[in-house]
Design a protein around this ligand. Structure first.
Ligand code: HEM
Length: 201
């Protein structure tokens, strides 16, 4: 059993680092399109969102399939999401805007998708800082309340995505559908229904 948990955790770390290794490979082999800044901004943003949704999926997976090991993956998945979101932001301020803080301030405040992205990033930062056992002990009951903000981060990240794409681009709506499903599975009657339907699957 312990070996299985270790294997699952190892697979999570390896899986979460593959997109990073892939990006480094593509960067050093010049395997990117005509706009590398945009390409890596999009790739880091998309990876951060996928990992955030995977982290949010761990609790429903445990409640429906009684798969407790999934709970241990919430923290690493959340931290990796934060890592990619930090890279995403670093490319935005360091490479795209070359640390021109006047321009960055304008961009962050004028574009609504950037305001929402920044808020998501700040939530992920606060969750990453307080994700240790020390903070869990210090914050006691408030720790759980604070970490419910992960759902707000998921909602804001999807809004960020919906707001920045051109009209007619449907991909963000697939992410919205997954998020709605994950949120719905927290509602008691739906949780109970899904649990009884999927028991033994
Ligand atoms: C910290 C503040 C943030 C800023 C300033 C920011 C800015 C941007 C920019 C400039 C783009 C590219 C727009 C384009 O050229 O089309 C983008 C795309 C994206 N961002 Fe962010 N972002 C932030 C935070 C986040 C966070 C925290 C997440 C997810 C957890 C995220 C997820 C995404 C996604 C999914 C895309 C679109 C990827 C795609 O189209 O393939 N962003 N963001």
């Amino acid at each position: 059993m312990k070996q299985k948990i270790i294997n699952l955790q190892l697979a999570t770390h390896v899986g979460a680092l593959i997109p990073f290794a892939w990006m480094l490979w593509d960067f050093f082999t010049h395997n990117y399109g005509p706009d590398p800044i945009r390409e890596f901004t999009l790739r880091t943003g998309k990876t951060a969102l996928v990992l955030l949704l995977l982290s949010l999926a761990c609790t429903p997976i445990n409640t429906i399939f009684k798969f407790r090991q999934a709970l241990r993956l919430r923290r690493p998945l959340g931290l990796y999401s934060f890592m990619y979101a930090s890279l995403h932001f670093a490319i935005f301020i360091g490479v795209d805007y070359f640390f021109n803080f006047a321009l960055i301030q304008d961009a962050l405040l004028e574009k609504r998708y950037a305001v929402v992205g920044l808020t998501t990033g700040l939530i992920l930062l606060s969750l990453a800082i307080t994700s240790t056992q020390g903070w869990q002990r210090r914050l006691k009951k408030n720790w759980k309340k604070l970490h419910k903000l992960a759902y707000a981060a998921g909602i804001l990240a999807v809004i960020h995505y919906i707001w920045l794409v051109k009209q007619g681009v449907t991909q963000p709506w697939y992410f919205a559908a997954v998020l709605i499903l994950l949120l719905a599975l927290r509602v008691a009657p739906i949780k109970k229904w899904a649990g009884s339907r999927l028991k033994g699957v």
